[in-house]
Ligand binder design. Structure first.
Ligand code: ZN
Ligand code: ZN
Length: 486
């Protein structure tokens, strides 16, 4: 592996050295400076043109972002999102050939607290990014991940999506934008700097992350919390689009892990160009046609600064471009087949990742097998309902173990009851989660570490489904009567 990484470093170093024997495949005149894939050799200026064109082409072709729309760019400080930021800057400049017409803002989620960075390290990274952000002139927001602890439960409720706009609406929006466009449009950039992070919040966050036993599940949880915070920031700041820097290398890794985690049903939303599972805020991934290697070359040749070093997946995949593109092409094919899942009812969404619940199809063997083994291992303490039932007091009040059941002993001893609604058991949450989020939660030592907004929404859904069940019984009886009448 070391050998592979070294070669990669050499390749980067050589990037702008002309190789006399090879010509650019595009202009067929200049010497090639970059080899993206075998046979794809570009000179410096053709590579730049190719790179920039791809970005504007994907936005133009998909027509997901409307002219004048507020778009929040999630910039992690890594090469991919920093390259995305540069593309947006280039696209908005007056000299741009095909000008981008949306109104960008930037957000950085500071996850330092979750991964054990010192306050000093975090301040340094934020300061470095602020220099980059200020230079763009775009409004920006620095948000510590600790803020996830204060999110409202509405974050995990899909917003009302704007009704499907007809194709002509895009054209009309372009015309309107051009009419109102002038160089004085840009307002003074607003900065929202991070509020001071309370140490107790950092500890709570660390306890939450630390309660997850496996690395995969930890990454998964971290990604979920980050996404919730991004969506919340977009909503509260009035952005209707969230632009993510996922490149095709990362998406290929995500695709493989999604498959291994059983996220088959969500593949299209997880890796596609646009993702509308939150309803009112749509995520777009304009970098999904770029490989990590391509981005590294571009950033190196055109001095795009990045603050954070690339993650493990980028390094590991850097030298397997053909594998990555094969996987990636597979995901393209999956796209259409899985799209229908996005049309599922809004209330049947996973509590954590907001994808359509795939667990309703209980015949799925992997899911069924897990469920059965879970049930067998839990026969001693069957999962108590989150809300002990209609007869019990308010959910937050002291409740004894499910009404009518045996006393847990602890209540009598003055301690809190074991099925106190304040601390839902893992089993209770499970019905609200998709298969893969169930696996993540199963790896947690206790769900009580989950942020309050998730637990509150869990209780709300549990109560609602309980109510629905009671009503359904009623309705079914009615239906039977009707049948008899026929
Ligand atoms: Zn050329
Ligand atoms: Zn999920």
């Amino acid at each position: 592996m070391c050998q592979v990484e070294e070669d990669y470093q050499h390749a980067l170093g050589r990037a702008d050295l002309p190789s006399a024997s090879k010509k650019c495949v595009k202009c067929k005149e200049a010497s090639a400076a970059v080899v993206i894939r075998a046979g794809d050799r570009y000179c410096r200026s053709c590579f730049q043109e190719f790179f920039i064109h791809k970005f504007r082409a994907v936005l133009g072709k998909t027509r997901v972002i409307f002219p004048g729309e507020k778009v929040l760019l999630a910039v992690s400080g890594g090469p991919s999102s920093c390259s995305m930021l540069r593309q947006v800057q280039e696209g908005l400049s007056h000299t741009a050939h095909k000008k981008l017409r949306f109104s960008p803002g930037l957000v950085y989620i500071d996850e330092g607290g979750a991964v054990g960075q010192s306050a000093e390290e975090r301040r340094r990274t934020v300061a470095e990014l602020q220099v980059v952000f200020r230079a763009t002139g775009f409004p920006f927001h620095v948000v510590p991940l600790e803020q996830v602890l204060d999110l409202p439960a509405s974050v995990v409720v899909p917003g009302a999506s704007p009704s499907e706009r007809p194709a002509s609406a895009y054209k009309a929006a372009v015309d309107r934008f051009i009419q109102s466009d002038s160089s004085t449009r840009r307002t003074a950039p607003e900065e929202t700097t991070a509020p001071d992070v309370q140490e107790s919040h950092t500890h709570t966050l660390q306890r939450l992350i630390g309660s997850v036993k496996t690395l995969t599940a930890r990454d998964d949880l971290l990604a979920t919390l980050r996404q919730h915070l991004l969506v919340h920031t977009a909503r509260s700041e009035g952005y209707s689009k969230l632009m993510l820097g996922d490149n095709c290398t990362r998406l290929a890794v995500k695709l493989l892990s999604s498959i291994s985690l059983g996220r088959g049903a969500q593949l299209a939303q997880d890796t596609g160009f646009s993702d509308s599972r939150y309803g009112d805020v749509t995520s777009v991934r304009p970098m999904r046609d770029y490989s990590a290697k391509e981005i590294a070359f571009y950033n190196h040749m055109f001095s795009v600064p990045s603050v954070v070093t690339p993650g493990l997946d980028t390094k590991l995949q850097a030298d397997f471009p053909s594998t990555v593109s094969t996987i990636y092409r597979t995901s393209e094919k999956l796209q259409t087949a899985a799209r229908s899942s996005s049309a599922a009812h809004l209330s049947d969404r996973c509590l954590l990742c907001m994808c359509s619940l795939d667990t309703a199809a209980e015949k799925v063997s992997a899911f069924q097998a897990t469920l059965i083994s879970e049930q067998l291992s839990q026969t001693k303490s069957p999962a108590a309902p989150l809300n002990p039932g209609p007869r019990s007091a308010a959910p937050s009040g002291p409740s004894c173990c499910a009404a009518g059941a045996e006393d847990c002993g602890r209540a009598a001893g003055g301690g809190s009851c074991c099925s106190s609604a304040k601390e839902p058991q893992t089993g209770d949450l499970r019905s609200l989660l998709c298969y893969s989020c169930q696996l993540t939660v199963r790896d947690m030592s206790s769900v009580e570490h989950l942020p309050q907004y998730i637990l509150s929404e869990a209780q709300r859904r549990q109560r609602r489904s309980q109510m629905r069940e009671e009503i359904t019984e009623f309705l079914l009886d009615d239906g039977d009567d009707g049948d008899e009448g026929d």
